[in-house]
Design a protein around this ligand. Structure first.
Ligand SMILES: NC(=O)c1ccc[n+]([C@@H]2O[C@H](COP(=O)([O-])OP(=O)(O)OC[C@H]3O[C@@H](n4cnc5c(N)ncnc54)[C@H](O)[C@@H]3O)[C@@H](O)[C@H]2O)c1
Length: 374
């Protein structure tokens, strides 16, 4: 198979779909890899590094899209990239379609086979291709939140862990999945006063065991959110309903009741955000203020630590890329129900229920779609 790796073009995005070690692995299976020039330069991989492991370098993204049977990326394709997709071409990347109608519409029109990292599941129902970026974003959310609480960033002027004799900041984490648990570990490590909310009691039990009282674990109800958010210095939004737009758990009224100079970090912004007052920001201009509460809503947080993130992402995606390349998309998807859940759009048909529901589009079961179109 011919695999294409274009350079990412989203604001301050330096990650790359395949590092040289991944290219080497695919080349050893007999595949041909075309990499756009300078695709990895932002994280220290030169064109020569790719050539050394058997890739060919192409001068433009248009060349890569024109030649490849499968495009491997990191972020959702931007409008100019969507315009280059071809009928029957495999696109394997993060998509986050549910809050993004223009992208959904154009992927439908492209008739490409669009497999989203973030909806692939493993045999335990977890999200193995979202997890590495969630680990990164969860850990970063506390770094970002701690900075945001500093006076020069618009915050109250709080040190997240306090000092002996001075109380630490109250950190409330909504959603205790991969992002939330990693955020909690960092916040506890920095000696903040940490409360974690989730609706999954098993998850709460596990974290209660892990933290042994160093973080409070609370069942998430409207009442609990009301109480803890309004008392918090820093709130981390980390909920997810897979494939669906994030529920708006924190309202405008909650934000208005928070202390001036408090901070909110909406990690779930890539699924539309779980605060009513959130809108996506970029690393170039990450924060804005609503009712004296500083909002940090960067949709590609791991992009800031692009080298760490790229290695973590490639560790997770490589076995799936190998399967797609070796077996073809139909067999690779049909023999792994969890991988099949990654299929969001194929030949113009939406195969992710949550995306179809979000936009009132017709839904077709992924297995039926594979039978129909392959
Ligand atoms: N901004 C970024 O750069 C970035 C990076 C990585 C992940 N994310 C996003 O972060 C979000 C969380 O990802 P994750 O991997 O931790 O997901 P996850 O599935 O591991 O965890 C989500 C948690 O939310 C909980 N939840 C659902 N409804 C809830 C409610 N009403 N109250 C409290 N908890 C609730 C679930 O029980 C689950 O434990 C996703 O939207 C993901 O796309 C963003």
């Amino acid at each position: 198979m011919i695999i294409g790796v274009p350079k990412e073009i989203k604001n301050h995005e330096y990650r790359v779909g395949m590092i040289p070690a991944s290219v080497r692995e695919l080349v050893s299976h007999g595949h041909q890899i075309f990499v756009e020039t300078n695709a990895g330069v932002g994280i220290g991989f030169s064109d020569d590094d790719y050539i050394a492991v058997g890739a060919s370098i192409l001068p433009t993204a248009a060349d890569v899209f024109a030649q490849a049977d499968m495009i491997v990326k990191v972020k959702e394709p931007q409008a100019v990239e969507r315009a280059m997709l071809k009928e029957g071409q495999i696109l394997f990347t993060y998509l986050h379609l549910a809050p993004d109608f223009p992208q959904t519409e154009e992927l439908i029109k492209s008739k490409a086979i669009c497999i989203a990292y973030e909806t692939v599941t493993d045999n335990m129902g977890r999200l193995p291709l979202l997890a590495p970026m969630s680990e990164v974003a969860g850990r970063m959310s506390i770094q970002a939140g701690a900075q945001t609480l500093e006076k020069s960033h618009g915050g109250q002027g709080l040190l997240i862990g306090g000092v002996p004799g001075v109380e630490p900041a109250k950190v409330v984490i909504i959603g205790a999945g991969v992002v939330g648990a990693n955020a909690a570990r960092m916040a506890v490590g920095l000696r903040a006063d940490v409360t974690i909310l989730d609706r999954n009691v098993d998850t709460l039990r596990r974290l209660d065991e892990e933290f042994q009282g160093r973080a409070k674990v609370v069942y998430s109800t409207v009442d609990a959110i009301d109480k803890h958010v309004t008392q918090a210095d820093l709130v981390i939004g980390a909920v997810l309903i897979p494939g669906a737009a994030a529920p708006k758990l924190v309202t405008k009224q909650h934000i208005a009741k928070m202390k001036p100079g408090s901070a909110v970090v909406d990690v779930a912004i890539d699924q539309g955000g779980c605060f009513e007052t959130s809108h996506a920001t970029t690393h170039a201009d990450p924060t804005y203020i609503v009712d004296e509460v500083v909002h940090y809503c960067v949709a590609n947080m791991p992009g800031a630590v692009a080298r760490t993130s790229t290695f973590a992402l490639n560790n997770a995606t490589l076995p799936y890329i190998v399967k797609l390349a070796n077996k073809g998309y139909k067999d690779a998807l049909l023999e792994d129900k969890g991988f099949l859940r990654g299929l969001n759009v194929i030949y113009g048909q939406v195969t992710c229920k949550e995306v179809a529901e979000a936009f009132g589009l017709q839904y077709l079961d992924a297995e039926l779609a594979l039978e129909k179109f392959s």
